[in-house]
Design a protein around this ligand. Structure first.
Ligand code: NCD
Length: 418
């Protein structure tokens, strides 16, 4: 995405802030990844394209171990000591329930002490302090900054600031992007992938309605396999402004043979943006864009072709003046999941949603919540485990989690129960 930061005469304070880093921000993602890593592990977590399939597998493995260790008092005590010497700043200047709380809970699982700034009017930004001075101050007191901002690319700029500080021999801490404008939400994509990984293992009945019945399911779906590769993923709703969609679609494109189906109104604000389209084209991913969950794809209604469905809400709080009038002409019924549509989905296909869902719009009515394929509450809890795994990875203690896990569960694992 080209940024407002690259224009010649920046207009707003946001633009002026980002202009300092515009050249670095405007580079293609593959040129940036190395700057956000240290010794083969993630240092700053800024965009979805940073994860490789190996890192995703690794993080999922650590998350599984942390969730199992958390079941026993001994395991909990071990985890609590792991990062008890670290402090995190949660700098969230945009509304958040799940991302904020699950990061806080993840910190608490590993013994990290948290502090928060959620309202910039309570900080010195009201006295004219720049965001970069604020972040640098946070890095003086804390060992990690987890940040959500309405400003696209601000987290990325903060990562460059930290790298520059490190180079000049100053204190520097990791930055984790917990949502940056309409741009990226890399840790949401992590929990979405983790949920899909668990679902498509077909092992635990809580993660997967088809658990342990894979052989039986193959009578009906002969091509069904474990894993994320080769499957068809549907995204429905506000694709244009959905940062979770952008990050997850990029991650799914890492898996062999996936197909993506985008179901959104044909309106420039709501349909897929050019940058995501180009990213998918570059990676040679198969995708189609349709205007209803009923639209035919090779003669079959879209809803019946999906192996997983990712619903999103229409983010009307970001509507521009012209949008309200133009949206009035759109039939939004095409972007709501109904019980009848859910009945026509594949029997194993998980229904995901980053949440919050919009009770007034009703993209997923509560009557679907008891469907065993409804994964959205589980998905939110998975966020806590996988964010804990990410912290363990960034602070290089994941090998200690693995060792403790094998000490606790070694016999059980040796008995083939893994
Ligand atoms: C989303 C977000 O903030 O991007 N929610 C989340 O983090 N779980 C999606 C949204 O606000 O619709």
């Amino acid at each position: 995405m080209s940024t407002a930061a690259s224009v010649d005469t920046p207009a707003t304070q946001d633009d002026r802030d980002l202009a300092l880093y515009a050249e670095r921000i405007d580079r293609p993602p593959q040129l940036k990844t190395a700057e956000f890593s240290r010794e083969g592990r993630l240092r700053h977590v800024i965009f979805g394209g940073q994860y490789s399939v190996d890192v995703l597998e690794d993080l999922a493995g650590t998350a599984d171990k942390i969730r199992l260790l958390s079941k026993s008092r001994d395991g909990q005590d071990f985890l609590l000591r792991l990062l008890a010497h670290k402090r995190a700043m949660l700098y969230f200047t945009q509304p958040s329930t799940r991302t904020f709380l699950s990061f806080m809970a993840a910190c608490q699982i590993l013994g990290v002490t948290c502090n928060e700034v959620r309202d910039p009017t309570t900080s010195s930004e009201t006295k004219g302090e720049t965001r970069f001075d604020s972040i640098r101050m946070f890095s003086s007191y804390f060992d990690l900054v987890i940040m959500r901002s309405p400003v696209a690319r601000l987290a990325e700029a903060c990562a460059y600031l930290m790298n520059d500080l490190e180079r000049s021999g100053n204190r520097s801490v990791p930055i984790i992007n917990a949502g940056s404008g309409a741009d990226e939400h890399p840790t949401q994509a992590l929990l979405d992938i983790y949920t899909l990984q668990r679902t498509f293992q077909f092992v635990s009945p809580k993660d997967s309605p088809a658990a342990t019945k894979l052989d039986k399911l193959r009578d009906e779906y002969p091509d069904l396999n474990t894993g994320l590769a080769g499957k068809t993923y549907g995204f429905c709703g506000d694709i244009g402004r959905g940062r979770t969609v952008r990050s997850l679609a990029s991650l799914l494109s890492l898996y062999e043979g996936v197909s993506l189906v985008f179901v959104a109104p044909d309106h420039p604000t709501l349909r897929m943006g050019d940058d995501l389209r180009q990213r998918l084209d570059r990676r040679g991913v198969r995708y189609v864009e349709v205007e209803s969950l009923e639209s035919p794809i090779n003669g079959v209604p879209a809803i019946e072709t999906l192996d997983a469905l990712y619903m999103t809400r229409i983010q009307k709080e970001h509507n521009a003046a012209a949008d309200d009038a133009e949206f009035a002409a759109i039939d939004f019924a095409n972007f709501k999941l109904t019980a009848e549509l859910a009945r026509r989905m594949k029997r194993y296909a998980p229904i995901l949603h980053p949440f919050p869902r919009d009770q007034h719009f009703g993209e997923i009515p509560p009557e679907i919540d008891n469907d065993p394929r409804a994964m959205y509450f589980r998905q939110a809890r998975n966020g806590m485990w996988v964010r804990a795994a990410l912290l363990a990875h960034v602070f290089n203690v994941d090998h200690r989690v693995a060792r403790c896990y094998h000490e606790h569960y070694g016999d059980w694992l040796a008995g083939g129960q893994a």
